[in-house]
Design a protein around this ligand. Structure first.
Ligand code: FES
Length: 180
């Protein structure tokens, strides 16, 4: 039987939603088992947890640290060190706009502006429907394609404000289609 994840040390494990994270511990146990509960696989485990729940809830990190007998501080340090990890809930779609030098001179700012207008959020934010998270990043290593936008890990080069808005609308349409 599965339970909701509780903070380590509270003695309230299996007592439902404790701090708002409410993640089913079975999900975390499954990820841990996939990696044979190996402390050396901590980064891969965190990647899998994030893939499952879209971010790394604090309680989930504490749970994983306890199961692997790792210091909680080490797990949190990793979670904040790697940019790919998020401690905050993200939208269903993650949009990264490169604002590195090469992309900047080719109009990255206009792309950020267009997305902020279209999504009604600022860079670094997630919309109220948890549909889109907009972030800016520094050089994605594909400068020749600039300006570059990465949507859900897919690279899109030579972007413009109009093209990126078209992309967002396509995602919305697909999402709607999947819900119908
Ligand atoms: S500056 Fe954008 S990919 Fe390098």
């Amino acid at each position: 039987m599965s339970s909701k994840v509780s903070p380590v040390g509270t003695g309230r494990k299996g007592n439902g939603r404790v701090s708002g994270c409410g993640i089913d511990s079975a999900i975390l146990d499954r990820v841990l088992a996939r990696h044979e509960q190996s402390p050396s696989a901590i980064v891969a485990i965190m990647q899998d947890v994030q893939a499952e729940v879209n971010y790394l809830p604090e309680d989930a990190l504490r749970y994983v640290a306890e199961k692997l007998s790792l210091p909680v501080s080490k797990v949190f340090r990793l979670a904040t060190f790697y940019r790919a990890f998020s401690l905050e809930p993200r939208g269903a779609h993650l949009i990264d706009v490169c604002t590195g030098t090469a992309c900047h001179v080719r109009g990255a700012v206009k792309i950020v502006d267009a997305l902020e207008r279209e999504l009604g959020i600022k860079a670094g934010e997630t919309d109220g429907e948890m549909e889109f998270t907009l972030e800016t990043v520094n050089c994605l290593g594909a400068c020749a394609l600039g300006p570059v936008v990465v949507v859900d890990e897919a690279y899109h080069g030579q972007m413009t404000g109009a093209r990126v808005v078209h992309l967002v609308n396509k995602l919305r349409k697909n999402q709607k289609g999947a819900e119908e």
